[in-house]
Design a protein around this ligand. Sequence first.
Ligand code: HEC
Ligand code: HEC
Length: 244
Amino acid sequence: MNKLLTTLCGLAVASVTGLALAQAPAAPAPAAPAQAPAPAAAAKPAAAPASPKSVEAKVAMCIGCHGIKGYQASFPEVYKVPMISGQSAKYIVAALNAYKAGDRKHPTMRGIAESLSDQDMTDIAGFYESHAKDSGKTVPDKQSREPDARVAALLQKAACVSCHGANFAKPIDPAYPKIAGQHADYMFVALKAYKTENNPAVGRNNGVMGAIAKQFSNAELKALSNYISSLDSDLSVKPESRFR
Ligand code: HEC
Ligand code: HEC
């Protein structure tokens, strides 16, 4: 945990709200059994099924970045932290495992993913997926905006919709990400990362997206990101109560 905190503090993450990450740790559970002396961060019996409280304690580490509207990361450049509320649980788990395995090199998220067990990932991913239902939005199959001719040609060149699904919001496999409505600056950083090789702190090794991203210039990736970000989706930033 100390190693993790050092990683977090060592990497400059700019907050537009001024909330310090130090405020994020889990509050001690109010109704903890009398004999439990430790705060909520203490290890829990692994076999117990997830209770709402334990999930809340687990996501306490995430909401300081993913639960604040407009929160920006500054590595490797300034961009908005990706929206994970409403994302598919299977994709969230796949992404966390990619950080844990080092296939995704972003240092802060690697440190965080390394601290999570499989059970933690499943619980946290279910929590964030459930926010899609909370939003009450139904995303239409038809794209809410048509691309211009240039972007339409780029989308067609790599058949993006064939995997990311109708409106880029209904992936053909739940382990693939919803990308409609995701922050454009984050998507641009993510797409460039699939092209980056031989950098210990930046890049994503992914057979599928690596081959695709390398077919495009950065200007083309930016145009794709801007268009896909402008579409309706059930991704959102859901602030948790203590930040409201
Ligand atoms: C210090 C800020 C910070 C904290 C705390 C944090 N994240 Fe992240 N997270 C980020 C940033 C920045 C990225 C984008 C990294 C990249 O470019 O790959 C990210 C990416 C992700 C992604 C990939 C999203 C996608 O669309 O592919 C997932 C999933 C994720 N985080 C889950 C979590 C979970 C779960 C927690 C808590 C256990 C957490 N994060 C805590 C900043 C943070
Ligand atoms: C063959 C299936 C396939 C095709 C075609 C495809 N993608 Fe992907 N895409 C994926 C998968 C799988 C991932 C998750 C990879 C990972 O785990 O990092 C992904 C990830 C992404 C991400 C990162 C999302 C995030 O939240 O971090 C973006 C952005 C993206 N794709 C955009 C595109 C665009 C734009 C195109 C067309 C130019 C495209 N994809 C074509 C399967 C595909």
